[in-house]
Design a protein around this ligand. Sequence first.
Ligand SMILES: NC(=O)c1ccc[n+]([C@@H]2O[C@H](COP(=O)([O-])OP(=O)(O)OC[C@H]3O[C@@H](n4cnc5c(N)ncnc54)[C@H](O)[C@@H]3O)[C@@H](O)[C@H]2O)c1
Length: 382
Amino acid sequence: MCKNFAAGRLHYTTDYAAAYRDADAIFIGVGTPERADGSADLTYVKIVARQIAETVERDCLVVVKSTVPIGTNDELECLLREALVHDVQVEVASNPEFLAQGTAVRDTLQAARIVIGTESREAEAKMLEIYKPFNLPIVSVSRRSAEMIKYASNDFLALKISYMNDIANLCELVGANVQDVARGMSYDERIGDKFLNAGIGYGGSCFPKDTKALEFLARRFGYELKTVKAAIEVNSRQKLTLYRKAVQRLTCFDGLKVAVLGLTFKAGTDDLREAPSIDNVELLLGQGADICAYDPVGTGNFRKMYPEGRHGCGSIAYAKSPQEALQGANLCFIFTEWQEIKAVTPDAYKTLMRMALVFDGRNIYPLQAMKDAGVEYYSIGR
Ligand SMILES: NC(=O)c1ccc[n+]([C@@H]2O[C@H](COP(=O)([O-])OP(=O)(O)OC[C@H]3O[C@@H](n4cnc5c(N)ncnc54)[C@H](O)[C@@H]3O)[C@@H](O)[C@H]2O)c1
């Protein structure tokens, strides 16, 4: 990026008209958040489409990177063509984005595949030309298939996570260890070794909204998408699995000092959208817990939702290190697998906490290591 910027090939502007006016291709990557009913909110994508229609002065290809329900690209093309101010040809191509937060540059430059969805040879040729320098596998399909590939991929990953969480819960009941089970499964190439970690459920900006959006879309077509529906249900239950374990152990949290390690939905991002920490913190505060939270990058955003101080009968404060959060705590929850948190030794829980009682949603520690250190340790599926 720096190289291209220095060569004068990369410019930034807030003047959208200047950016769109004489572009050959315009990429849309704005948010498509979840509405209250689970459907995708297309307001921002449609605003951009109108802004493009009002400003383009030459033929161009509009490329939709945002994750949009199947059929949206057709709709956007109609909207664009109806709203055009100048006498130009505009076509829409689907080009769903598969990058993950925290590894965006690598996922872009070394993508597993590039999916393009077009309805004309001209549009397909332009997309192939744009992506030629990437030298990556390209899957060229219809617009609707491209839109579906994105949802089907994301929802499959969400399903894989929920499946392992479901198996983890059963492992606990039958006395098996989900990490050993996952290892045993991973040697089968049909299963693979990725996304087999059990935990406190997925969060973030994509899996929660993309599962709900596809399930909503299926319902609109009179079809019950049972597998995805189950993934959503398992995930919402899983987010509170640690909280339920803690309630079973302690009954109530009133006046207890609770250390919370990790707030973001995963390590490597400051994103708190749909983070399991939020549901848990909300419940703990409602139960009168005095929380001291640590996250290497997420506290700034979390503070905006929960400023330092009292919240109902509980309170929250923020620590600069995991050790500071653990100091004098009655119990500890681990919600994110940050390196800084993984680096906390089992002995540190024993020496810093008032009661060495740990609920780990990321299965960070070997059971024996925590036992040897004298920590009462609850994790997922073990
Ligand atoms: N976040 C991810 O990891 C990821 C991965 C794959 C696909 N996606 C998809 O990409 C899209 C964006 O996701 P996100 O997480 O980056 O969302 P986001 O809300 O963080 O970012 C969207 C950006 O678009 C800007 N924007 C809104 N209206 C605009 C307009 N009219 N003109 C110019 N800019 C405008 C916003 O200011 C914001 O910066 C979504 O459809 C999402 O499903 C996201």
